[in-house]
Design a protein around this ligand. Structure first.
Ligand SMILES: Nc1nc2c(ncn2[C@@H]2O[C@H](COP(=O)(O)OP(=O)(O)OP(=O)(O)O)[C@@H](O)[C@H]2O)c(=O)[nH]1
Ligand SMILES: [Mg+2]
Length: 438
């Protein structure tokens, strides 16, 4: 390094240079680092002073030991003057500076053993170090140095925006829990089906499960890529199948809340067997308020016998007298899922009666919550299937079908309309599912 005065003095050295006849007062400032030197340059040459050369090296010491790091900055006042004062870097200086830089300890952020091997890069390095020490502000968006002088000029740009102080490191916080439900990357058709099913009263979680299964595990096997039938198929598969019937006499009971359509189910079923079947058909009504008048009015014209029993003993006696091939359809008093005593009493009667099938009449018009409540609340009656009623009165079959899926109960019959003829059909779950999916 060229001797330009003593280290630590920070005494500026004057160097008058001229370019195009105009003398420029270039001065040299020295110190341990840019952070030491730059405030003094600004004080002496003003805020818009321009550095035209920066040199790093080591000074002093004995036999190469105990030498101290130093920095020298040649600066001029004002940008115009600086541009005129620029001189191409001295190759000899560069060689010596580079040698000094590369021999400096790596711990020094300004000049380290890893300093790159070109003048521009060296200056760039100095600029970054200066930034780190918060001695200067860099012009936001200024291009990286292509020429050493322009990069250095940027260090002193008068319009430089102050670098905001680094924000304090955020306190360690627990990583946010992963979202349980991430928006699925489904095709648009799947999202449309999802919305439609949810809109028809099916629980959102169940819908996501069914549509997701169809998208992930059925669509890859579909040659046509039509999603609706796949979702409908998946929905139907979620419903358990009806148990197989035994040969011989069959006793089929309907239970449910008041007005749910129990009596209508009984009469419609009895009429269907009586009119088109070849088995003897009988109706039994347990503790009816009207002595069985309503039921009789519906089925007597088809020759179906109706027996009103006041207790389980009377009901059992009636059934035992019937033909071994008979179809016996049993009507029961309405019961609330909240009425525990009534539920217990009815459950005991039905156990004695030994129903082969116990169908819960579930109005399709119920909300998902009410449907679930009804299904859960009447399970003690020995329910093994759901007969959906009032299906003609709603487009929102999702609640009833969802309740069946949740309870793992098959859907046995579908009731529509208020008339006695027809109106009750064995449930075809695929058709029901297609109707729901739309
Ligand atoms: N629209 C429509 N009306 C129905 C349906 N099922 C029954 N109903 C009507 O609903 C009313 C009650 O039907 P019921 O069969 O008497 O109901 P229930 O469960 O036996 O009633 P309780 O014996 O009083 O507990 C009647 O007016 C029926 O015509 C149906 O699927 N759709
Ligand atoms: Mg009734």
């Amino acid at each position: 390094m060229r001797p330009r005065g003593s280290l630590h003095s920070n005494e500026p050295a004057l160097r008058g240079e001229s370019s195009g006849g105009a003398a420029v007062q270039q001065r040299t400032f020295r110190g341990r680092s840019l952070a030491d030197v730059l405030p003094q340059i600004k004080e002496e040459l003003g805020e818009d002073a321009v550095a035209v050369e920066v040199r790093h090296g080591r000074s002093g010491g004995v036999g190469g030991f105990f030498a101290q790091k130093c920095v020298e900055v040649d600066a001029v006042p004002g940008v115009e003057e600086a541009a005129q004062a620029l001189a191409p870097p001295d190759d000899a200086d560069f060689e010596s500076l580079l040698a000094a830089a590369q021999s400096a300890p790596a711990a020094d952020p300004v000049v380290s053993a890893a300093v790159p091997g070109s003048w521009d890069q060296l200056i760039e390095h100095a600029r970054e170090a200066a930034d780190e020490r918060a001695a200067v502000s860099e012009v936001p968006g200024a291009p990286r140095a292509r020429e050493g002088a322009s990069a250095l000029a940027a260090l002193f740009a008068p319009d430089a925006a102050p670098v905001p102080p680094p924000s304090p490191a955020p306190a360690a916080v627990a990583a946010p829990a992963p979202m349980v439900e991430v928006a699925p990357s489904w095709p648009d058709a799947a999202l449309a089906i999802q919305r439609s099913l949810s809109g028809k009263g099916m629980d959102a979680g169940l819908v996501a499960e069914i549509v997701g299964e169809a998208v992930d595990h059925l669509l890859p096997f579909s040659s046509e890529g039509a999603l609706r039938p796949l979702v409908a198929g998946q929905l139907a598969r979620c419903l358990p199948p009806l148990p197989r019937r035994r040969p011989g006499r069959v006793v089929i009971g309907f239970v449910g809340a008041g007005g749910a359509g129990k009596t209508k189910c009984v009469s419609r079923l009895a009429l269907a067997y009586a009119r088109r079947g070849d088995r003897p058909v009988a109706c039994l009504t347990l503790r009816p308020k009207d002595h069985g008048a309503e039921l009789m009015a519906d089925v007597s014209e088809a020759g179906v016998a109706v027996h009103a029993a006041e207790d389980a003993a009377g009901a059992c006696a009636f059934v035992e007298r019937l033909d071994e091939r008979a179809v016996v359809v049993v009507d029961t008093p309405g019961v609330s899922p909240k009425a525990e005593a009534e539920l217990r009493a009815l459950a005991a009667e039905l156990r004695r009666l030994q129903l082969d099938e116990c169908h819960l009449t579930l109005p399709a018009t119920l909300s998902p919550w009410a449907a679930g409540e009804l299904v859960r609340g009447t399970r003690s009656l020995g329910v093994d299937a759901l007969a959906l009623t009032h299906v003609d009165e709603t487009e929102h079959l999702g609640a009833a079908i969802g309740a069946a899926i949740d309870a793992r109960l098959p859907i046995s019959y579908v009731g529509r309309g208020g008339g006695t003829r027809g109106g009750l059909r064995p449930a075809l779950v695929e058709a029901l599912a297609l109707e729901l999916v739309g």
